[in-house]
Ligand binder design. Sequence first.
Ligand code: PMP
Length: 380
Amino acid sequence: MKKSHLFTPGPTPIPPDALLAMAQPIDYHRSEDAVALIKDVLEKLKHVFQTENDVIFLTSSGTGAMEGAVANLLCQGDKVLVIRSGKFGERWAEICKAYGVEVIPIDVTWGDSIAPEIVEKHLTLNPDVQAIFATLCETSTGALHDIEALARLTQSTPTLLVVDAVSALGADDLQMDNWGVDVVVSCSQKGLMTPPGLAFAALNQRAWEAVDRSDLPKYYFDFRKAHQRGLEGSVPYTPALTLLTGLQCSLNLICKEEIHNTIARHNHMAIATRTAVKAIGFPLFATSPANTLTSIRLPEEIDGKAFIKMMREKQGITYAGGQGDLSGKIIRIAHLGWMNEYDVIVAISAFERGLAEIGYDIPLGAGVAAVQEVFTKFAN
Ligand code: PMP
């Protein structure tokens, strides 16, 4: 008998209540029950986004909300700054280019986080940029970016700050209203503990004004349509209603726990994981690691791809590997969503066992002991 454990930074495990809800027969999306469901979900999302602004949802993966943000906020001939510190920062630039927007890239070594002073310099040199595209947690490296500092830079300028919180929403703090972030996008299959297929965007007043000015082509991802219909508990097109029923259950869990406690739980899991990795003797890849996941730099003699394959096939443990140039060189362990300290113990003990299995000489149990110590300290 093989039991599977999913430690990838999306999709993440789904809570049993949400699984059960999604097993119910499908309903009509224009029924009164569906209207109530959509209204409830959109209201509860505000708590997770830490905003009083309306949140909209789209039937797509997270990239749909990223594309929607570009298509809805910008005009032909616009110039933007894009922080590229990994695969997902690169994606912002690719989408902007696909829409003919001029991109001024700010490149950051993978694993590092942007120094706000560098963004400040770029803003001073290019005061006419319409937006800065940033990423809260760059999932390809595990690095966290200081969005609060970036918002301090943009707040007093006409430049919008657009943040990809696809992986980190609900795990790393993002106080949209308090910090003055203009646009936040996210999706269902990560911190929101729901299968893939729903994307979200929250926009503040000045972002909606940019939407009114935008002349880039859009149809399915037209934010104004999604917004107007959403306010009535409706949708412009057939939504992934089944996913919305699951999402409602997962949101109930976060609202009950309260978002600041949800983020604290993720922080504890992240600290325990990082401490364990160091106790095992491996370096962390990110210089400023996120709560969402931990990226571990592997010693050269370990083939990360083969290790991940072996762990999945033999142990039923799924970790994520490196993307692009990092393929085979790092392992990414998520502590995200429907997880608590015992999931971290499983992730770390399996990592130790796996290393022993491939003949890598490590002190078995050092990582698990570190995790136990960290959690015991937090509990007292
Ligand atoms: N941005 C970030 C930070 C992500 O982690 C991901 C997914 N790993 C995406 C964007 C893309 O999301 P999706 O695959 O849901 O389109």
